[in-house]
Design a protein around this ligand. Structure first.
Ligand code: NAD
Length: 352
């Protein structure tokens, strides 16, 4: 466990167990250098506590990078609650988890993620105010989708010199909260959609509403499209899939799309433009952080639209340096965190 923490550079890891509510939870705080750690809470089945810890550690690091590149005064954190394999009281479990967050006294702010709902955040809010995405503040998915669209526009401008997405052929993997909202935007923009999901009802809805072409989950990689938009699972860009992808651009909301850095370099060698997921999907985090800070909708909307210019700058730097955008983004995020950490140390010394 400590080796894993060292590998991802996590500052602290908190484990919680409450037999009365069947709560088994993990909070990983990667960094608080830029401000309180912020990041969603996953509530899904895990085959082991080791898997859950690994997930929390990896995702927390991604949140640090995401917040740094979005210019937010936050560090990265993530929590994971292992879905109990016996009957449980969901409200009581979430309230108990809220008490765990409260113990950290603001070092970590939670939000929705896979498996959690706004009603869960409401229950957590009964025990702590270090929580967002309650029914009052709302679901971040529409802002995540808006950021994905801004990212696609930056990519087609850079690669094809196009100012809009009209006529662009896009395949979407996963038609959940974000994927369906992305499909809706794209349909309005006049894009042609190919879609898949493991839930047939969602596929039917997209076919009916957006005249999308449906394909089986395994056939989404080989779809003849301009842009592949992963909005379902992580690690889907790997040795098995990369050689089969026909799209020239990959832009999607799913977290941790690259199975490894090696796969990022492999895409670059094959002239497939992969935009770093944690910039593309940062609209949700921007919404969550700014809502918690009490900002209005107009400010939030404006900041989400800056994702496009952040990516345009990155693409131009990538072009002049021949470094893939994902690797440049990592370098930039690490530089921001290292610089802030050095400045903090200098301040501390000056105050001695
Ligand atoms: P969601 O759970 O609502 O949707 C995911 C969809 O993917 C589901 O419909 C599911 O059936 C589908 N799916 C799962 N396995 C699949 C497979 N093998 N093939 C095709 N489809 C499959 O989740 P969401 O909130 O829409 O988030 C989508 C992704 O974006 C996740 O990786 C999430 O971590 C990431 N993300 C979401 C937000 C947000 O604001 N919701 C923000 C940042 C990142």
């Amino acid at each position: 466990m400590f080796a894993q923490m060292e590998y991802v550079g996590t500052s602290d890891l908190h484990l919680y167990h409450d037999a009365a509510t069947s709560l088994q939870a993990i909070i990983a705080i990667h960094s608080t250098t830029l401000g309180p750690a912020i990041g969603g809470c996953r509530f899904i089945p895990y085959s082991s506590s080791d898997d859950a810890i690994k997930d929390a550690l990896t995702l927390a690091k991604g949140m640090s990078y995401k917040a740094a590149l979005a210019g937010l005064p936050h560090g990265g954190g993530k929590s994971v609650i292992m879905l109990p394999n016996k009957a449980f009281d969901r409200q009581a479990l979430m309230r108990s988890f809220g008490q765990c967050i409260e113990q950290l006294q603001g070092r970590y702010i939670t939000a929705m993620d896979s498996g959690t709902l706004t009603s869960d955040m409401d229950a957590i809010a009964q025990s702590t105010h270090w929580v967002t995405c309650t029914n009052n503040s709302g679901d971040p998915s529409p802002y995540t989708a808006l950021g994905v669209i801004q990212s696609m526009k930056a990519a087609v401008k850079y690669l094809f010199g196009k100012d809009d997405l009209e006529g662009t052929r896009v395949s979407i993997q996963g038609l959940g909260h974000v994927g369906m909202a992305v499909a809706s935007h794209l349909s309005l923009e006049g894009a042609h959609l190919t879609v898949t999901d493991i839930n047939n009802d969602l596929i039917k809805a997209a076919v009916q509403e957006f005249h999308a072409t449906a394909v089986a989950p395994d056939d989404i990689y080989t779809a003849d499209v301009d842009i592949f938009c992963p909005c379902g699972l992580g690690a889907i860009l790997n040795e098995q899939t990369i050689g089969t992808i026909k799209a020239q651009i990959i832009v999607g909301s799913a977290n941790n799309q690259l199975n490894s850095s090696k796969d990022g370099y492999s895409l670059h060698q094959q002239n497939i433009l992969y935009l770093p997921d944690y910039i593309v999907n940062s609209g949700g985090l921007i919404f969550v952080a700014l809502t918690h800070a009490g900002e209005n909708t107009q400010t939030i909307h404006h900041q989400v639209t800056t994702i496009g210019s952040t990516l345009t700058d990155l693409l131009l730097m990538s072009h002049s340096s021949s470094i893939p955008p994902f690797a440049l983004a990592n370098q930039k995020a690490e530089a921001i965190l290292n610089h802030a950490s050095a400045a903090k140390k200098t301040d501390k010394r000056a105050n001695l």
